[in-house]
Design a protein around this ligand. Sequence first.
Ligand code: NAD
Length: 358
Amino acid sequence: MSTQALSVVIVGYGGMGSYHAKLILDNKRLKVTGTYDVLAARQEASREDGYPAYESYEAVLNDPTVDVILIATPNDVHKELVITALQHGKHVICEKPVTMYVKDFEEMMAVAEEAGRVLMVHQNRRWDEDFLIIKEMYDKKTIGDLFQLESRVHGANGIPGDWRHLEAYGGGMLLDWGVHLLDQFVFMIDSKIKSVTSRLSFILGDEVDDGFDAVLEFENGVTAIVEVGTTNFITLPRWYVKGTEGTAVIEDWSLTGRSVVQNHEVGKIEPKPIKAGVGLTKTMAPPSEESTLTEALPKAYEHESSFYDNFAGVVEGTAAPIVKNSEVLRVLNLIENVFKAARTREVIKDFDVYEPKN
Ligand code: NAD
């Protein structure tokens, strides 16, 4: 393993670019040595933070001391910036969504292949603890086989920022948050998606979606319900999952949650009818306390390394990428079909470019 840290220049020193700089401070294998941003104010911010600001992108590309270019600009310029970086012999980390269309990413992958350089997409929410708890439950069947997983992120603050409101920049919430939630399912569930339906929401009157919901059906029988909302003053749980032995919920980012499973120690106890509204029901009565066990959520699945360490390992040839470009391509194809399902109001089938994981 090389002892010298890889020199990283961040291109686009806005919200996420400057956050990368902070995160990389704790990493021994990568070192931020400079930034480039089209805005003078952001160049100034970079200098104030202690990172030299390049005057032009060409200057970054032509600097032989730069090993890695990290792209954190708005989505519409990712493709061009990534391709020129690779053609100048740089390794590349690119923010999500890597680009908006499958055909563009195919071109980018071909250039990386030709240049013999690493291109890895920052699908960082594969490292989110809430997701990794659900992945552990899915893999280890802690509440039986999970057959329905509902993944939601809700806010009440509308579409953030400026460029995210505009289609030309790759704005909208499906491309912004949807790409993360869909990526988590593609990473976790080793099965072909057999159909998708979806609806986009335009409550705020923007030209791009301010949220969406989508239902994915996998060939292995799993159904995923994915929802992103920016007009939700009351939020639904981050995760609600049903297994053949029980149900689990993760309420929020603080990981408040629980699972309730069948208690096999006691036989089935008939629930007592409850008054529901003006009626009476046994069907919808909660299970009796004796017949169920309420358990804490399991410990989260652990990746073998952080995103940045994994990237450094891939560059050094000592690790396989945790975020594989074939999976990123699959997510982009899925997103194209989520848009299509919403536009046509049809159930879209036979589109998934699934490859079994092992
Ligand atoms: P932002 O608007 O805060 O920052 C973008 C910066 O890029 C701005 O400073 C802008 O001046 C600069 N820029 C624009 N065009 C440029 C160019 N051609 N060359 C150099 N600089 C240029 O946006 P943001 O919220 O930081 O988002 C940037 C990217 O990061 C997007 O792709 C977004 O989806 C992604 N992002 C990822 C996460 C995550 O958790 N993975 C979170 C937020 C944003």
